[in-house]
Write a protein that binds this ligand. Structure first.
Ligand code: HEM
Length: 186
């Protein structure tokens, strides 16, 4: 997921600028101090970048559900042993739920009153089997991008290269290759 985040940041200079302003306002040019809980809560724009990346390109593309008894779901009768696949990628990019879904726009998450429509943002699944690691994953990703971009300038080697992804088992999406140039920030 970090590769996808770096890719989208590199392709949206206005987003990168805003992210660096947030990071610099929090760390005040200190490139070494340990990140703490308050920093995490203040890194709202970084969090918005993580969510927006996961909206456009969810690493879990499909969520699965299985019924072991015949059931009626969404007005249809289904036999026992039916496996359902919910297409997370399609839901996240559907214009019934999202304004300009193809636009990478972390700002959509910045409005205090913004709440995605019910079940329209399911990067961590939902219901009883909701991902139990979601908070840890968010903390790790937000802190990681803040600590990386606080200290390093990260650019893509080839801005024209499309993102190279592979999909394992039709469900998990990962980045195959992303060539980056990293140098210390001034
Ligand atoms: C960006 C990172 C992550 C993403 C996108 C993600 C996404 C998901 C999704 C979509 C599910 C299926 C939920 C459902 O069926 O409704 C899931 C389940 C699960 N995740 Fe995560 N996850 C992430 C990180 C983590 C981490 C860090 C942990 C553990 C430390 C974790 C542990 C689990 C476990 C144990 C389940 C199975 C839950 C169950 O079946 O009851 N995940 N995750």
């Amino acid at each position: 997921m970090l590769s996808f985040i770096i890719y989208y940041i590199a392709h949206h200079p206005n987003v990168k600028k805003k992210m660096l302003e947030e990071i610099d306002s929090i760390f005040q040019d200190d490139k070494m101090r340990t990140i703490n809980k308050d920093d995490f809560y203040n890194l709202k724009y970084c969090e918005a970048i993580v969510k927006e990346t996961a909206r456009i390109l969810p690493i879990v593309h499909f969520n699965t559900r299985y019924i072991d008894k015949p059931s009626e779901i969404a007005g249809y009768q289904w036999p026992a042993d039916t496996l359902f696949l919910a297409n997370i990628q399609a839901i996240h990019n559907n214009d019934d739920y999202w304004e300009k879904p193809n636009k990478f726009n972390p700002d959509r998450w910045m409005d205090e009153n913004f709440e995605p429509k019910k079940n329209s943002f399911i990067m961590f699944g939902g219901g009883l089997r909701l991902c139990p690691g979601r908070k840890l994953a968010m903390i790790e990703l937000v802190c990681l991008i803040a600590l990386l971009f606080r200290k390093y300038e990260i650019n893509l080697v080839d801005m024209n290269s499309p993102i190279k992804v592979k999909c394992d088992g039709g469900i998990l999406v990962s980045c195959v290759e992303l060539l980056v140039e990293i140098k210390p920030r001034n």
